[in-house]
Write a protein of this length. Structure first.
Length: 169
């Protein structure tokens, strides 16, 4: 059974087999978690992302999907990039957000990762409400069959940590 742990802090400072990046579809870096992972991880991550764009993901990575690269200078073996959905009041995109977690765990299993650190996908510039995002994240991780031993949610601030803590129980 997968253990869920919570950490308040900077995901780029975590030690794990895999760190999940809340990427944009271009895979070429951006703001928020994505920019921080690319900056701290160094050019090796961007180089592998460019190779992915040149081969399998020419139009970018689809929302809800996940793909892995090296972790570069991060204290991890891999970065698993997943593209979260932009929140919409008029369209239910919760299945796509859940898919980010399922797909990331599937990739982690393919890699043999036993510890995976997740950010709160889609809660930054994609404006997903934290309470709903935490519910979807925790429920999805609990419901997904995986060989991953520890899923660590790394929450940037005290509010996010509290919201996730309420979901984990």
């Amino acid at each position: 059974m997968t253990t869920i742990t919570l950490v308040q802090g900077d995901i780029t400072r975590e030690t794990a087999d895999a760190i999940v990046n809340a990427a944009n579809s271009s895979l070429l870096g951006g703001g928020g978690v994505d920019g921080a992972i690319h900056r701290r991880g160094g050019p090796a991550i961007l180089e592998e992302c460019r190779k992915l764009r040149a081969s399998h993901h020419g139009k970018g990575l689809q929302t809800g999907r996940a793909v892995a690269t090296t972790a570069g200078n991060l204290d991890a073996r891999w970065v698993i990039h997943t593209v979260g959905p932009v929140y919409s009041r008029s369209e239910d995109r919760s299945g796509l957000l859940a898919s980010c977690y399922r797909e990331s765990l599937r990739v982690a299993d393919e890699l043999g990762a036993r510890t995976v650190a997740f950010p709160a996908v889609s809660t930054g510039v994609y404006r997903w409400p934290m309470e709903d995002a935490a519910r979807i994240a925790v429920e999805t991780v609990r419901a997904t069959e995986t060989a991953v031993e520890e899923v660590r949610f790394v929450l940037f601030d005290e509010r996010a940590y509290g919201v996730f803590a309420a979901q984990v129980g």
